[in-house]
Design a protein around this ligand. Structure first.
Ligand SMILES: Nc1ncnc2c1ncn2[C@@H]1O[C@H](COP(=O)(O)OP(=O)(O)OP(=O)(O)O)[C@@H](O)[C@H]1O
Ligand SMILES: [Mg+2]
Length: 242
């Protein structure tokens, strides 16, 4: 089980343009990380590298050198790591089947698989649409379906790329519930978001990509006594440790 990813000298370059170079980085076990940075600094690229979907220009991940044989290791290395895309891909099928496709082969068809999938849909408020084709869904509903599909595979590391960009408060709440559940089970999550909300308030660590590097700081939260809402303080940089 991949419960931790440790990288060394991770960099990504497109021709002459260096996106970032990160000497050390670690996720897990049980981390909740808010990944910040301006448009185009490389947040999506970093998440895709950590999910094994994009190859870095240099670096090792869990001690494995990037080499010709990298692809041979990548399946095992990134087992249990799930990347949640901002515009999730849907299978040409019902909501229920979209969830069931994510289940192990043995549980896809049986009654147990169905009840697991229904339960996942219930968690994000889409149970009543279980047998509808996924093309009927709005952007925010597709995002919720994708989160339910990610949650049901019980990943050790969930990488969420702007998961709340098109969500209203209630929809965000469904995603928060599932993210919290994964954290309670010892998983790690990384969230990119341009806005702070209940989801980013789950995070205790902040990664900021700037000047082609990555800064790690605590992500502090305070309770606003008037509203009782958690608010984040993100401008307290308490260190420069990478
Ligand atoms: N295949 C590619 N070839 C060349 N440049 C690329 C390629 N893929 C991504 N880039 C560039 O890398 C940069 C980082 O992209 P990325 O999507 O990781 O940024 P981001 O931090 O996620 O931005 P946003 O906040 O807008 O989502 C962008 O300038 C993008 O154009
Ligand atoms: Mg992005």
């Amino acid at each position: 089980m991949t419960i931790q990813l440790r990288t060394q000298d991770l960099s990504k370059r497109y021709e002459e343009r260096v996106l970032f170079h990160i000497p050390h980085l670690q996720i897990g076990p049980s981390n909740a990380i808010y990944l910040k940075g301006q448009n185009g600094v490389g947040k999506t690229t970093l998440l895709k590298i950590l999910a094994g979907l994009t190859t870095p220009s240099t670096g090792t991940i869990n001690g494995i050198e990037i080499s010709t044989f990298y692809r041979l290791f990548s399946r095992k290395l990134f087992k249990d790591v799930v990347y949640l895309h901002q515009s999730p891909y849907m299978f040409d099928a019902s909501l229920l089947d979209n969830i069931r496709y994510a289940l192990p082969f043995s549980s896809k068809r049986g009654v147990h698989g169905r009840s697991q999938a229904i339960n996942a849909l219930r968690m994000v408020g889409l149970e009543s649409l279980a047998d509808e084709h996924c093309s009927v869904l709005s952007g925010g509903e597709k995002q919720r379906l994708a989160m339910a599909r990610a949650w049901i595979v019980n990943p050790s590391i969930l990488l969420m790329d702007e998961p709340s960009a098109s969500l209203d408060l209630e929809s965000t709440q469904g995603i928060i519930t599932l993210a919290k559940d994964l954290l309670d089970r010892g998983a790690s999550i990384v969230i990119t978001s341009h806005q702070q909300n209940g989801l980013t308030n789950l995070c205790d660590t902040q990664w900021t990509i700037e000047n082609q590097g990555l800064t790690v700081t605590p992500h502090l939260r305070v309770i606003d006594e008037d509203t009782k809402n958690l608010k984040s303080i993100t401008n307290n940089k308490l260190g420069n440790d990478t």
